[in-house]
Design a protein around this ligand. Structure first.
Ligand code: MN3
Length: 240
């Protein structure tokens, strides 16, 4: 395996952002069962939004979505490519003096890129509910869908500073799990495949919701695309 292949493989495996095939809604943002977050050389690319910037109105306003996608998600993609270039240069020059710095930066930027890529596909403009295998597993692991909502909403609203509430699938234990992620890269359980992610950084809501993070989180529960979550679960279950 040459260095380029090593980077490609490690990035793809490390990101593990899985999106299923055959979902018309997500067709332009996935490739081969994964969220499309890199090109064929392992450099990071930002897929288009799966809908127009006004699609989520009034729940998520057009201006917020535009700024969020273009500058916050887009900025993370640029940052990840810079970090990658710096690590490649360190390898080329056998100079690892700052490699810890760029490795930390890369964890931050790539995690942001992965979570935002999932976040856009997790949203739609009308209310949906989990059904089928997803609902069965929610009831098995959390009791009821209402209880999961209560847990996930609370976890998201109470993130210290910037972060995410995450519903994921842990293949090692075959369980759905809820994570309270700080920044983009902290407080995970290795192995967990994110299925539904809730961005509670202030940039996600402040223009419209001001300081009312709780109102923003509650609103998201009326536009989650549970069909997308179910398809992500179907793909994640194949890891077992
Ligand atoms: Mn964000």
């Amino acid at each position: 395996m040459n260095r380029k292949e090593f980077f490609q493989n490690s990035i793809i495996l490390g990101s593990a952002a899985i999106l299923p095939l055959n979902n018309a809604f997500s067709q332009n943002v996935m490739e081969g069962g994964l969220d499309k977050i890199t090109d064929e050389n392992g450099n990071f690319v930002q897929a288009p939004l799966p809908y127009s910037e006004s699609f989520l109105e009034p729940h998520m306003d057009e201006e917020t979505l535009h700024l969020h996608y273009t500058y916050h998600h887009g900025g993370a993609v640029k940052g990840a490519n810079k970090d990658l270039a710096k690590i490649r240069a360190a390898l080329d020059h056998d100079d690892f003096a700052l490699s810890d710095y760029w490795t930390k930066k890369m964890a931050h930027h790539v995690s942001s890129h992965v979570l935002h890529s999932i976040f856009w596909t997790n949203l739609t403009n009308h209310k949906t509910e989990p059904t089928g295998e997803l609902l069965k597993r929610i009831e098995k692991n959390f009791g009821t869908y209402d209880r999961l909502q209560g847990l996930l909403a609370n976890i998201s609203k109470t993130v210290t500073g910037s972060g995410w509430g995450i519903l994921g699938y842990q293949p090692y234990s075959d369980q759905l799990v809820v994570l309270q992620c700080e920044n983009h890269e902290k407080l995970t359980q290795w192995g967990v495949v994110p299925l539904l992610v809730i961005d509670v950084w202030e940039h996600a809501y402040y223009l419209k919701y001001k300081n009312k993070r709780g109102d923003f989180v509650d609103t998201l529960f009326s536009i989650f695309n549970w069909g997308n979550v179910a398809e992500r679960l179907d793909t994640a279950l194949k890891l077992r």
